[in-house]
Design a protein around this ligand. Structure first.
Ligand SMILES: Nc1ncnc2c1ncn2[C@@H]1O[C@H](COP(=O)(O)OP(=O)(O)O)[C@@H](O)[C@H]1O
Ligand SMILES: [Mg+2]
Length: 260
């Protein structure tokens, strides 16, 4: 069986700057996979390459064996990919429910004309999506906020709404960029439960970028550590945590940050 996500020799350059150098790893179906490393290591850039927001300078990216390098972000839902962003960008003037329903645009039948004419099939589909979005919000403890405008919610809640929006695509591969950043401890626990539930019940393969090592240790089957755009090591979270090279990468970066 093909890996759910397979990266080979992925490189990314901006002008003369090398952001990623020949990164490769496989994520198997059903895994929760961790991508860790100090700030500036290239984690978000790698997600941007997978989701089509950046075009890698070289290498290959396959989802279930299908090459997706160079595909547009809008077409990635068709490959079963959904993601969240390090800095969530919701439609601030829309309600939480409307934001979550936007996640399902790729699943709507018919074209824009059918929608603007509000034909019965479109209306039925919209009602079904609304119910599904409400159910997702309920499952994730956000049902109470469904009719609240997004700009009235805290940053932590934006992350929850963004996750629900991504889940509306019914992804088989979900990329989460620092989902725990800025969350209080109780909400991190809830996030861990949510990811476990998705892995168990929804058969979603998940790649998580996170600095919260408790979360990484609790959830991941395997991790890759990036440093300066290159793969430093791959193994279990426990192996990464006890690897002197990983420690050094973090400490080296702290010293550089202190000097700056
Ligand atoms: N669009 C871009 N143009 C130029 N440099 C970029 C761009 N995106 C990311 N980088 C650079 O790539 C490096 C890695 O950034 P990033 O992927 O955000 O790291 P991480 O998510 O691991 O903190 C940084 O040095 C950053 O400045
Ligand atoms: Mg980042």
């Amino acid at each position: 069986m093909a890996a759910r996500l397979q990266l080979e020799g992925v490189s990314l350059h901006f002008g003369g700057v090398t952001v990623l150098r020949e990164v490769g790893f496989d994520v198997e179906p059903g895994q929760v996979f961790g991508l860790v490393g100090p700030n500036g290591a290239g984690k978000t850039s790698l997600f941007n390459c997978i989701s089509g927001h950046y075009r890698p300078s070289g290498g290959s990216l396959r989802i279930d064996g299908v090459e997706v390098r160079g595909a547009r972000p809008a077409s990635m839902a068709g490959h079963g990919l959904a993601r969240t962003f390090q800095h969530p960008a919701l439609q601030l003037r829309e309600t939480v429910l409307e934001n979550v329903m936007l996640g399902a645009h790729a699943r709507l039948p018919g074209g824009p004309l059918e929608w603007s004419l509000r034909l019965p099939r479109a209306l039925r589909a919209e009602r079904a999506l609304r119910d599904e979005a409400l159910a997702l919000l309920e499952e994730n403890g956000l049902g109470w906020a469904a009719h609240t405008r997004a700009d009235e919610l805290s940053h932590g809640l934006h992350k929850g709404v963004e996750l629900c929006r991504a889940l509306m695509m019914r992804p088989k591969l979900l990329l989460l960029d620092e989902p725990a950043a800025g969350l209080p401890h109780s909400e991190v626990e809830q996030l861990i439960e949510t990811v476990r539930r998705l892995q168990r019940d929804a058969d979603v393969t998940i790649v998580i970028v996170e600095h919260h090592m408790g979360l990484i240790a609790a959830l991941t089957d395997r991790v890759v550590v990036l440093d300066h755009g290159a793969k430093l090591m791959e193994g279990t979270a426990a192996e990464a945590q006890s690897d002197p090279r990983v420690l050094e990468a973090y400490i080296g970066r702290e010293e550089a940050d202190d000097a700056a």
